[in-house]
Design a protein around this ligand. Structure first.
Ligand code: ADP
Ligand code: DP6
Ligand code: CO
Length: 361
């Protein structure tokens, strides 16, 4: 370690966008390793609007691992944080900074403590996938600090152990989480289907219906669904495998009608599984339902669908317009029906794009 002095601190920052699933992950076959009951596909969003920024620091003067989330200290004792830290530490390599006179060997990494500060520029735990951006960013920043030489897919298998959806945020563009076959989870990882330049006509508009923390976290919601919903079993075995290959085709061919049909149907089936859970889980609210009706009516009125909608575990609508012209019309309609205001149905709108992983250096 860095010779005599204990005064040095090494720091690395990273920024990672969130992702929104168009074929949803809902249900685990292994709670500890976070192995899903089906494959899923997502779009990674533009980091300018919905992203996590995480700074990780290491110093011989730190006495324990500590983490602050949005300025408040949180406990790292949960298994998910510990699993990510352990997996990254076990892959750490030696680093040397001659100018600062610092050398950290593989063995040193096991003894040194970390301080982690993370900030989400969007609502945390409100159904906009903060756990996805959060754990992807944590793993990415730690891997950089500790000179881990794994590729994004291998890192995605570590981020998966923080939060399942996080594995898909290691890539930009369209991403698939392959559920894998191995019991130890080694092949349950994300791969990029198409990069952020592919199909760049699409525009994503998010209607923030509520930024309040949801009552049922994704983790406990899906546990209850696995335990009680027969529809979930049917969905995982019979429905999703077909949809995954259809969705891959639709993305490859930039076939918006199929993309929209599959995206909306899958969001609706996920929320149907939530209703089929005992006791039922309600993530969407009246405003969410009204947004669905407006989009459905519009799509039926046109020759082909113009807008796709999808809702994660919360009431906020993610709307995907087929091109910029449609996005303008969509925004006009949304502003007419739901003028943004913290006291009304929609708090605010976020207009995004597909994205690449940005590295704050
Ligand atoms: P969401 O819909 O926002 O993903 P979840 O219930 O899946 O909600 O997960 C929320 C949890 O994810 C938070 O309570 C916290 O434990 C974790 N989380 C959120 N943001 C971060 C972050 N930036 N870094 C680490 N963990 C985070
Ligand atoms: C509805 O990844 O947040 O957003 O793995 O327990 O952390 P844990 O759950 P999480 O669940 C995401 C569920 C979803 C659909 C999706 O992102 O695929
Ligand atoms: Co989440």
């Amino acid at each position: 370690m860095a010779g005599e002095s204990h005064n040095w601190v090494l720091m690395v920052s990273a920024q990672t966008p969130t992702n929104i699933a168009v074929i949803k992950y809902w249900g685990k076959s292994d709670e500890t390793l976070i192995l899903p009951v089906n494959d899923s596909i997502s779009v990674t969003l533009d980091p300018g609007h919905l992203c996590t920024t995480t700074t990780v620091a290491v110093s011989p003067s730190f006495e324990q691992d500590r983490m602050w989330l949005n300025g408040k200290e949180i406990s790292l004792s949960g298994g998910r944080y510990q699993n990510c830290l352990r997996e990254i530490r076990s892959r750490a390599s030696e680093i040397e900074d001659k100018k600062k006179g610092i050398r950290i060997t593989k063995k040193d990494w096991g003894k040194l403590h970390l301080h982690i500060a993370s900030y989400n520029n969007f609502p945390t735990a409100a159904g906009l996938a903060s756990s996805a951006a959060g754990f992807a960013c944590l793993v990415f920043a730690l891997a950089k600090l500790m000179n881990v030489k794994e590729d994004e897919s291998q890192l995605s298998a570590i981020a998966r152990q923080g939060s399942g959806s996080a594995c898909r945020s290691l890539f930009g563009g369209f991403v698939k989480w392959i559920m894998g076959k191995e019991e130890n989870g080694s092949d349950s990882l994300a791969v990029q289907l198409a990069d952020e330049k592919h199909w760049d006509d699409l525009v994503i508009i998010i209607a923030v219906v509520s930024s309040r923390q949801k009552e049922t976290s994704s983790t406990s919601g899906m546990r209850e669904s696995v335990d009680t919903s027969l529809l979930l079993q049917h969905r995982a075995k019979e429905v999703v495998p077909k949809r995954i290959s259809q969705m891959e085709e639709a993305i490859k061919n930039q076939d918006f009608p199929s993309f929209a049909q599959l995206t909306c149907a899958d969001s609706n089936q996920f929320h149907a599984v939530c209703l089929d859970t005992s006791p039922p889980i309600f993530y969407m609210n009246d405003t969410s339902h009204r947004i669905i009706s407006i989009v459905e009516k519009w799509n039926r009125f046109e020759e082909t669908p113009q807008v796709a909608y999808t809702f994660d575990a919360g009431p906020n609508a993610v709307l995907i317009a087929r091109n910029r012209k449609t996005a303008t019309l969509l925004l006009q309609r949304l502003l007419y029906y739901f003028p943004p205001n913290p006291d009304t149905d929609v708090d605010s709108y976020i207009i995004g794009d597909k994205s690449i992983l940005k590295d704050a250096g």
